[in-house]
Each structure stands twice: as C-alpha cells, then as structure tokens.
Design a protein around this ligand. Structure first.
Ligand SMILES: [Cu+2]
Length: 606
C-alpha cells in the first residue's frame, strides 16, 4: 500500500510567502531584489513560528477516482478505484493536523468520499455521504475535502459513500498521536493496516441495481480479502495471499479495518493472541483474546506478540462471517493470510521455508452471538486523567428507535421477489429513509428544506409491539425523508432495539459527526424501568459504530456538540439500501464557534 500523503508544510510556507510578496508588489511598493529576499525570509520565519504555536500541519493529497483492472479468483474485472489501487492509499495524519484532500472523478459514476469516524467538527461539508452533506462529485469534476483532525488518534478509514461503490473504493486513515506523545502501551516494533474487504466477481453496481429492481435480497460476495487478497482457501487464489513476515520477540500492531460491504467478521491468528488496545480511534483498556469480532465500519488496533523463538511453522490469519441471517443471504467463506517468521538460520533473513507445518485458527460458529456478546462486553474506555471518558451523566433528550427489516408493497408496474411478492425494506422506527435528490445539509443551511426533508422523525415507535416476540403479520414499513432536530449541546440517550420482523439480525449502526458511549446492551425487549440501573457511566467504550445485538438492544449516549446534518445508518450496505438510515439535524449554538461553517465554494451541485 502506498504512503501517498505528504506533509505540505514547506510548500504551504512557500505559497504563503509568495502570496505575501505578490500582495506587497500589487500594492505598488517597488523594492529592489535584496529587500524582497528579506521580506520573504521574515514571512517564512513568522509562518514557522505561527505553525509551531498552533501545532498545526497541513497535509495535502490528490486522489484520482479512476477505473482499473484487477484479477482475483481467475477472473478479471474493471472496477472503480482511487489512484488505481484497492485498497486505496493510506492517509497518514497527526492529531491536530488539517487534512486537505482533492478528489477528482474520472469515472462514469457519481462519487463522494467519506472520512469514516473523523468528527468533522463544524465542517460537515467535508463528511461525504451523498445527498446528506453534499451532492455527488460528477464525472470530470473535483471537490476538496478540508477538515481538521481533533481529539482523535488511532485507526479510521475512508470510503466511497454513494450506492455500493465502497466495495472497491476504500483505504486506511492512520492518525498518529501529537509529536512526543507516546501510545499508552509499549510501542510496537512495526505497525501496519490489515483491511478486510469483500471481493465480488460481478459488478456491485449491477448487483444492487438488480436487487432494487426485483425487490429481492442481493447476491453475496465471492470472497473476503485481507488487504485486497483472498488467500489460499479459494480456487485460483493462492498467489493472491497476504503475508505478514515477523521476527521472534517483536510486537506488531495490526490496524484492523472491516471494509466489507455486508459482513461482520471473526478474526483470529493461529497459536497467537491479540491484545486489543484501541477501537474506532479511541484507546481502550487493553485485553487479550484469541479471536475478535469486527463489524463493517469498525476499526480495531491489536498488538500481536511474536513468539520468543523461531517456531519452524506458519500460521493462518483467518476471518469468516458472523451472521444470524438465513444461509444464502451472506458470504459464508473464509479468508486467510499467512503469518511467517523470518528464519534466523537462513542466509536470506526473510526467506520463506517451504513445507513448514501450517496451523489454522478455530473460528467461532457463524451464528455465535454469545461469543460476540462476551467480546463486546470486554471493551472499556481507558478513562484515565489523560484519556478521560466524557460520558454524559445526565440526559436532555431520550429516544427509542426500533431497528430492523420489513417490506414494502410491490408497485403496480413491478413484479417483486421479496417475501410474499413484496419488496425487501428496512427501517428505523418504521421509517424507511428515502434519500432526497438535493443534499440535506445545503437545504438546511439555505433554509430551503420544503420538499427536501421533514423535521419529524419519530422519537419512539408510533405503534409499539413485542419487538423480539412473534412478529406482527403486517411487515410493511413507511417511507420518508425525516430528520430528528437537536438543539446545540443536547445530551442524548438513544436506545436501539432490534426487531424480529423477517428474522432477528445484528445491525452495526454508524453515527456520523460524533463518537458515542455504549452505556448498555441486552437481549429481548429493552426495559426502560430496570435496564438503566445497569448502565455503565464510568468507563463505557467510545466509538462510532456499534452492533445492535441480534434480538436485543443497545443504549448509547452522546453530546450533540457538532452543528450540522449527521447521517446514522446500518453499515451492512444491503440494509442501508433498504432504508435502515436516518439523519440528525444539530442546530447552531449561540457562540460564533458553535456554528456550522459556511460551505466551500467548490461544493458540488446536484
Ligand atoms: Cu443492518
């Protein structure tokens, strides 16, 4: 993977100095050459001092959205990529940096990019979800995403946020701590992204278009990948295997990212343990496991300790799905990479000895919800003086959303292949969210929301039922583009309740613009009287994507301190397509620094 981002400090200084010179000259002040040099040097010195004082560095990067060919499983396809790579380039920044990404669309599809997990404080225009915070970048057009990384450090990722293009348009974001600030755990010998993806032999845009046209569930992927490689367990794929070469006694930090479209994944390395130290760019209390689970949208940093001696063996690093859904509605295959040890006896240190014993990890059963619960219960914020857990202790607004599947009646001009001749759908509080044809954020900012959205998303189900009991006969959902309005700085508690309509399922819900604290979770129906007493308001995990347990509920809290329109949706792309999405509208505060910034001049038009 290419390290394609570079610090632009020297060039921006030169630019600043050059611009100042131009201004000086444009004002008619004519000076001879030596004076100009002195002015130049002074301005340069001043800029360095200011940059140091502000501890701010600009990182600039150009991303080209372009078609590229790739061959996996003995089939070649043309696909949408960034810079011709999949995964795309790694973005590296430090906490406090400003990041400036120019994205140019060279393909026939509309495109947007989302910086998943970046808080985007007051810069919602740079968040990326199509028709939510921006109109898409059209063919031949560019857009500059300009944002500052504030109060976050660890691993996040970027991906396309329109239709299913994120299948091949994704890459890591690495946020290093501020200069001189160590990790709160022993520094690893090396660190590297380990990105899980899905490989589709078919064109995923055709897959989703066909699903929408028939109302049926879409096809599933053909393979999972690690850093773009499916590995040796698939036909015609052994040559496309991710290999991690390690030295005995050293520790490696794997920056795990689940970029799969539709699958939560178990991950394990044979005969090794993994120490979880961070999730979603927030440090956690370290704990050690043999296997972990990671949902689409989530990131997890783990420390992998190599054995103290050369083991004379190789080890699979494997990932396979966790799903409670019906077989056939998900990809039930296994991706493997290989962990290899450098042989100290070998002439070439990195040589790979053929014929070594190969160990495979044992992954949980594909529907092992107990494993998932045990794992997620281990996640705790550090909650130290340096890294406090700022859990809202009191609540201004309480909400209860059902989250689940459903159906829509078949339109008269269509033949539908969903359950009993309907179309598949999904909803929150029975509203299947319809994306508008104009962007929500701009409609809000300009005051022209009529006909684009309604500010009346239900705060609780309109007709309560036994959510996890026998499902109701009527599985139909309503449709609409409804936002939930929050005053600035409201402290919010949201309980999300899975339903049994068309089967219980785990839904990894992702909130844009905020981190939230996972204060409680459980199975069955949420009990508003007794469950809050069990909430963890001391050291709950802080993250941006959380699994609503299959047949259960999860409670989160967050402070609405970021004005803008913020998408919240299931990160299983198929569910998002079916409407399992909504948006919050957080109003401006009264102070100047509590207001959404104005839109950039190059904001794309619909
Ligand atoms: Cu879902």
């Amino acid at each position: 993977m290419a390290m394609a981002i570079s610090s632009a400090l020297p060039s921006s200084l030169l630019m600043a100095a050059a611009v100042m010179l131009l201004i000086v000259q444009a004002q008619g002040i004519t000076r001879h050459y030596e004076f100009n040099v002195r002015v130049y040097i002074c301005i340069a010195c001043l800029s360095v001092v200011i940059a140091f004082l502000m501890n701010l560095i600009d990182r600039s990067i150009d991303l080209q959205v372009q078609m590229a060919n790739a061959t996996r499983l003995c089939a070649t396809k043309s696909m949408v990529t960034v810079n011709g790579q999949c995964p795309g380039p790694e973005l590296v920044a430090r906490e406090g940096d400003r990041v400036v990404v120019r994205v140019t669309n060279n393909v026939a599809h509309n495109i947007t990019l989302h910086w998943h997990g970046i808080r985007q404080v007051r810069t919602g225009w740079a968040d990326g979800p199509a028709y939510v915070t921006q109109c898409p970048i059209q063919t031949g057009q560019s857009y500059v995403y300009n944002f500052t990384v504030t109060g976050q450090r660890g691993t996040l990722w970027w991906h396309a946020h329109i239709s299913w293009l994120r299948a091949t348009v994704y890459g890591p974001i690495v946020i290093l701590p501020k200069p001189g600030v160590p990790y709160p755990f022993p520094a690893p010998h090396k660190e590297l992204p380990v990105v899980f993806g899905e490989w589709w032999t078919a064109d995923t845009e055709e897959v989703v278009n066909q699903a929408v046209q028939t109302g049926a569930g879409p096809n599933v992927s053909d393979a999972f990948t690690i850093n773009g490689l499916p590995g040796p367990l698939y036909n015609c794929s052994a040559q496309d295997t991710f290999k991690l070469k390690v030295k005995p006694r050293k520790t490696y930090m794997l920056r795990l990212i689940n970029a799969a479209l539709n699958d939560e994944l178990f991950f394990s390395v044979a005969n090794h343990t993994l120490t979880v130290v961070e999730v979603d760019a927030v440090y956690v209390k370290p704990f050690t496991v043999e296997t972990l689970v990671i949902s689409p949208g989530q990131t997890t940093n783990v420390l992998l300790a190599a054995k103290p001696y050369y083991p004379g063996a190789n080890f699979y690093m494997s990932a396979a799905p966790y799903s409670t859904a019906r077989p056939g509605t998900f990809d039930n295959t296994t991706v493997a990479g290989i962990l290899e040890y450098e042989n100290p006896m070998s002439a070439s240190a990195a040589s790979f000895v053929k014929g070594l014993p190969l160990f495979r990890p044992t992954l949980p059963q594909l529907n092992d919800t107990d494993f998932v619960t045990n794992f997620t219960n281990k996640l705790r914020s550090l909650a130290t003086a340096q890294y406090p857990a700022a859990v809202p202790q009191s609540v201004d607004r309480r909400f209860f959303f059902t989250v689940g599947l459903g159906t829509l009646p078949c339109p008269a001009n269509m033949t539908c292949q969903g359950p009993n001749g309907t179309q598949m759908a999904a909803a929150m509080n029975n509203v299947s969210f319809v994306l508008p044809s104009r962007a929500l954020l701009q409609s809000h900012f300009t005051g022209l929301s009529t006909g684009v959205y309604a500010p009346d998303f239900p705060v609780a189900p309109l007709s309560p039922f036994n959510y996890t009991g026998t499902p109701p006969n009527n599985t139909n959902v309503a449709t609409g583009t409804k936002l939930l309005v929050l005053p600035y700085n409201a402290s919010v508690e949201l309980v999300m309740q899975d339903t049994s309509i068309l089967g219980i399922e785990s839904h990894p819900l992702h909130l844009h613009g905020f981190n939230f604290f996972v204060v409680g979770q459980g199975f069955g129906n949420y009990d508003a009287v007794n469950d809050p007493a069990k909430f963890n308001l001391v050291d709950p995990v802080e993250r941006n994507t959380v699994g609503v347990p299959a047949g259960g509920w999860v409670a989160i809290r967050f402070l609405a301190d970021n004005p803008g329109v913020w998408f919240m949706h299931c990160h299983l792309e198929v569910h998002t397509t079916w409407g399992l999405r909504m948006a919050w509208l957080v109003l401006d505060g009264s102070q100047p620094d509590q207001k959404l910034l104005p839109p950039p001049s190059d904001l794309p038009k619909c």
